[in-house]
Design a protein around this ligand. Structure first.
Ligand SMILES: O=C(O)CCC(=O)C(=O)O
Ligand SMILES: [Fe+2]
Length: 488
């Protein structure tokens, strides 16, 4: 029968369907948790610089815990793995723990049928283990963040909030001790603390025990994390597991030894620590060496007396002819670009990162049909104009002869494809710009007789600063710096 599929093709279709189903399923369910290990090496020489070289496996030195007694005095210190002869310290640690409660109906409940374990609050111990050091937090962010629906309220943190710049913050919460013969935690869902908490991280310190497997379930899919197994080579391993807050999970009974865990709350953050964070920038723009000279320039009456626009070609390359650039910028600015941007913003000036059409396109453009057209005059004035698109956009490709053959599109046609853009006269550019950072913003066809050629217009990412007239310039940095001087 013509058009009928061969057996082979039908079989292939089936496999394809299964595969896409599996991927679909993975997307919706299986990425609810992740886990991994960090081998312990007593002589660990892992340094931050080694992380990218991949020459040596990442290892952790033994983990130290110090803890307090009930009066808040430092009472003990222990290393994991516990060295032979130091077992008494481990028993002391377990004894120092208080019975662990669990959240229920808005309060904390103690019920050993549901949870039997010991705990130290975060104020009662300190640890040398830091999940950021071993890429654990990065791995969690990579595996779990993409699946998170944006928590309601994150947008309200400030403008510029976007998923491209979500970060993960792991906050140490408790030390837990689950001991033989039967400590456990029955199936439960953790109580999220605040709308930005999206999950939990459990780090199991290297200590021999049996049982205590962590079971995590989500939409009917289950995963078991045996946090007690040991690396064959190093014989001691830190295990970790992370999962979404809405996952049911349980700790199966510990049948021998002590299972000592550190638990962390995982929060989604708007890139806390990012220098362009809308509300809490980490870096103080006043401390950039450039701050003072830019401020003084703006304070001098002779500088842009009538006000106007300052421009800076971004010095670094950003893929900007796409829609996602609006989410990445200004957060993703680097080096001098972020310095310039944050300084002007901190001075209270309206500062934007926008795509600007390269001047050269103006030179090509000419209304040749206009009898009054003066090419030289045009070229001179064209350099005085800056066309800034309202936002970053995908490259525009004009294939059809939708405009008069022989001419590149004119301003009104540009507006059709790019939306309304601003035409600024006499932007004062702080730098020359590097053409290598330009990207094609629009491609079009021009006809010369029977020949047609492809033309391109380029754009670059620029920082545009609106400078008010001198009389109205009220630089915000003034207020703070003068009050700081008074204190000194
Ligand atoms: O220790 C674990 O594996 C998980 C403990 C737990 O579920 C919790 O602390 O809420
Ligand atoms: Fe839990």
């Amino acid at each position: 029968m013509p058009g009928a599929k061969s057996l082979l093709e039908t079989a292939e279709d089936k496999v394809m369907q299964q595969l896409s189903k599996a991927i679909e399923g993975y997307n919706s369910t299986a990425a609810f948790s992740c886990g991994g290990t960090v081998p312990i090496d007593i002589r660990s020489t892992t340094r931050y610089g080694d992380f990218t070289s991949a020459k040596t496996p990442i290892t952790s030195p033994p983990v130290t815990i110090r803890w307090d007694d009930q009066n808040g005095n430092v009472t003990g210190k222990i290393q994991f793995p516990v060295l032979p002869g130091k077992e008494a310290a481990l028993e002391k640690l377990v004894k120092s723990c208080q019975p662990a409660t669990f959240g229920f109906g808005g309060g904390n409940v103690l019920d050993e049928k549901i949870r039997k374990a010991g705990k130290l609050d975060v104020s009662e111990f300190s640890t040398s283990f830091n999940p950021y050091d071993y890429g654990v937090v990065d791995a969690v962010a990579q595996a779990l963040l993409p699946g998170i629906a944006r928590p309601e309220g994150v947008d309200k943190v400030g403008n510029g909030a976007n998923s491209q710049h979500w970060g993960v913050v792991a906050e140490l919460y408790k030390l837990n001790a689950y001991s033989a013969p039967s400590d456990k935690f029955k199936p439960h869902v953790d109580t999220p603390r605040g709308f930005t908490q999206f999950g939990s991280l459990v780090v199991s310190l290297p200590n021999p025990h049996a049982g205590g497997v962590l079971r995590v379930a989500h939409k009917g899919v289950e995963r078991y994390f045996d946090l007690g197994s040991n690396d064959a080579k190093t014989n001691s391993t830190i295990h970790w597991a992370a999962f979404y807050s809405d996952c049911e999970h349980e700790v199966l009974p510990v049948t021998s030894g002590h299972r000592i865990t550190l638990t962390y709350q995982l929060y989604i953050s708007e890139h806390i620590g990012g220098v362009v964070h809308p509300t809490f920038p980490t870096a103080d723009p006043k401390l950039y060496p450039l701050y003072q000279s830019l401020k003084e320039t703006l304070e001098s009456p002779g500088f842009m007396k009538q006000g106007g626009m300052l421009g800076f070609h971004c010095a670094h390359q950003y893929a900007h002819t796409n829609n996602t650039a609006n989410q990445r910028l200004p957060h993703a600015l680097k080096g001098i670009d972020v310095v310039i941007y944050t300084i002007f913003k901190s001075l209270g000036l309206e500062t934007q990162v926008r795509p600007v059409l390269d001047h050269e396109f103006n030179e090509d453009w000419a209304d040749w049909s206009d009898v009054h057209f003066n090419e030289l005059e045009y070229e001179r004035s064209a350099k005085d104009f800056t066309r800034a698109l309202p936002e970053f956009q995908e490259i525009v490709i004009i294939g059809e002869p939708g405009f008069e053959p022989g001419f590149p599109p004119r301003d009104f046609e540009l507006a059709t494809h790019w939306g309304k853009y601003d035409l600024f006269k006499h932007v004062k550019w702080l730098d020359q710009g590097d053409k290598r950072n330009n990207e094609v913003a629009m491609a079009f066809q021009t006809w010369y007789g029977n020949e047609h050629e492809t033309g391109w217009w380029y754009s670059f990412a620029a920082i545009l600063v609106c400078v008010p007239p001198f009389a109205k310039r009220n630089l915000e940095g003034d207020v703070e710096s003068s009050s700081m001087e008074e204190k000194d």
